[in-house]
Unconditional design. Structure first.
Length: 590
């Protein structure tokens, strides 16, 4: 019986308990290609044998850069870890300079890439990475060795005994991976996570996830280079969940309908977009259908778990589910019972309305440095509370410092930052990891996150501003796609706003307003500015007078990862956004 102490134990545990024909499923040339549990293990062992023949030693580093989640990534992951080497996942969308920095800083000997675009980026910095011996690709690329050559190199099982010896020599406390956090400022930091860090987090989070072991299907599309999705992939293996890999963010709508998943993980920005699309379709309805749609929405926005709203509400909700919310569920494949959300704060209204629609979103909280889960909600046993990130998982301890910072202690806390003892000592003090987040426990020990410690600022009047709270509220407006609150040291808070260009154009058409063809013309239109000001004024009511946004400027660009506005997990890169719109800042405060 396999004991789960190292990450590569999970496939063998699945084989013993829930062997499935579709452990991983990736779409190739329009066809979903299934990989069984046994094939997954066989190919991982072939990779391990090949890496040994290439001379890979314990604690060598191998980089993986993939634009999409796919079966090959997971086979490589296990193949690498079984040799005692470390897997260094890299975000595909970061700059070439960051590629070079991470490959050099980690001293990666080999690099595996998914496609032509990533390969070209690596080739452009190859001269700057003298330790890198060779690049392999998953897709077939001219001039690049394909990963299948390693499967061929490892086909001969003569050295499998050496692989078994290597596996035995890997201790739970050994380093498994270095994950470079993109961060909102400065050079990436290499978070060192051991096998024990991640394994303990999987096993301690598992009781909160209501899977039907061996009989569930998941859709995976969040970047596997981030610990959130990666940990969840190991969790799926633990429960014998079939994992289907989404082709891309753009095709998620199609993939959901094809795969009909029972579960998927998401970040709040994607959930907001799903809701906006549903809302837009409802707004186009006419007559009684439209009335019923908005009746169901208003009912959903008042949702409280466990029948707290009383019998009359529950009776209405039953009909709303039958008439309206069932169509939402059908649009998301028909079988989606659970979404897990992390990375940023989820708007409470979305938690309410999707739970009302019987597609509950279980919001959790954690960081790369905590492997990542610290707390998570669970629909069962009274463990779900809207507006919180749930209760602390077992074997993890959380306390709130005097200044409100969340401190975490447990087997999930990282080994430290790679080659950076100073930053490690700063982050881990007296055994507690300092998260940099501000939070509080309610009377029933549910954790609420209020802001990032470093992102809070004071106005010149000495009042504290928590920008994330304000931004989250403002993004409830369908006119506002992205927003960043500013005003550190200034007399009042203000904001940069990227309008929801598609929605604004629809609104303008409805009201016979001519906007012109460019986004620049749109943001200069007096009626658009006035309408967004109405939204800001209305949403300002939720805040104290000192917190309200007094002025704002619209931006013509779509804020994106590629342009540097957002991190790969869609968080604001505040310093970069501030620099980009420095002229607007002066316009507001001059």
């Amino acid at each position: 019986m396999t004991t789960l102490t190292r990450l590569f134990d999970f496939p063998y545990y699945q084989l013993e308990n829930y062997p499935i024909a579709d452990a991983f499923v990736t779409k190739q040339n329009g066809i979903w290609i299934k990989t069984a549990t046994q094939t997954y293990i066989d190919q991982a062992n072939a990779i391990s044998r090949a890496l040994l023949r290439l001379g890979i030693q314990k604690d060598d580093k191998i980089a993986l850069i993939s634009s999409n989640n796919r079966t090959e990534w997971n086979i490589m992951d296990i193949g690498i870890l079984q040799t005692g080497a470390q897997n260094i996942p890299i975000y595909p969308t970061i700059s070439e300079e960051d590629y070079a920095y991470i490959l050099n800083h980690s001293e990666a000997l080999y690099c595996f890439v998914s496609d032509q675009e990533v390969y070209d980026k690596v080739m452009r910095i190859q001269a700057q990475t003298p330790l890198l011996k060779q690049v392999y690709s998953f897709n077939h690329i001219n001039g690049c060795s394909n990963w299948e050559t390693l499967l061929e190199l490892g086909a001969d099982t003569a050295n499998q005994d050496v692989v078994e010896d290597r596996k035995k020599s890997v201790k739970p406390t050994d380093l498994a991976t270095i994950i470079y956090t993109s961060g909102t400022t400065g050079q990436p930091k290499g978070v060192m996570l051991s096998h024990q860090n991640i394994v303990s987090n999987i096993l301690d989070s598992a009781p909160r996830i209501p899977f039907e072991a061996g009989n569930s299907r998941a859709l995976s599309f969040l970047p596997v280079c981030h610990i959130f999705e990666r940990m969840i992939l190991y969790l799926y293996q633990y429960y014998g969940v079939s994992v289907y890999f989404g082709e891309s963010i753009d095709k998620i709508g199609d993939n959901i309908k094809e795969v009909q998943p029972h579960v998927m993980s998401a970040v709040p920005r994607l959930i907001e977009k799903v809701y906006d699309k549903i809302y837009a379709k409802g707004a186009e309805l006419k007559g009684l259908k439209k009335m019923l749609f908005f009746w169901a929405i208003n009912l959903g926005l008042r949702y409280e778990p466990y029948g707290a709203n009383g019998a009359w509400y529950e009776w209405q909700l039953k009909w709303a589910r039958k008439l309206i919310f069932s169509k939402w569920k059908a649009g998301l494949g028909g079988k989606l019972d659970l979404m897990v959300s992390g990375s940023a704060a989820l708007q409470p209204r979305l938690a309410r309305i999707f739970a009302a629609a019987e597609i509950p979103i279980m919001e959790g909280y954690g960081l790369t440095e905590t492997s990542p889960v610290i707390t998570v909600n669970d629909t069962r046993n009274g463990l779900f509370r809207v507006g919180t990130v749930g209760k602390v998982i077992q074997h993890v301890e959380v306390k709130i410092a005097e200044d409100g910072e969340i401190l975490c202690k447990g087997p999930n806390v990282m080994l430290g930052y790679y080659k950076d003892p100073e930053k490690t000592a700063e982050a881990i003090q007296n055994g507690y990891f300092h998260t940099g987040d501000i939070g509080e426990f309610d009377a029933d020990n549910f954790l609420k996150i209020t802001d990032r410690k470093k992102e809070m600022f004071k106005t010149s009047g000495g009042k504290y501003i928590a920008p994330q709270l304000i931004e989250n509220a403002m993004k409830q407006s369908r006119f506002i796609e992205q927003i960043m609150v500013i005003g550190d040291g200034e007399k009042m808070p203000a904001a940069f706003i990227q309008p929801n260009f598609d929605f604004v154009r629809e609104w303008a058409k409805l009201h016979h307003i001519t906007l012109g063809n460019s986004n620049q013309e749109l943001i200069q239109n007096a009626q658009v500015i006035a309408r967004i000001e109405e939204e800001v004024t209305q949403l300002n009511e939720k805040f104290g007078s000192w917190e309200r946004i007094k002025r704002f400027e619209l931006t013509p660009e779509i804020w994106s990862i590629n342009e540097g506005h957002l991190t790969p997990t869609l968080k604001l890169r505040r310093k970069i956004v501030l620099e980009k719109y420095r002229a607007l800042y002066h316009k507001i405060y001059s």
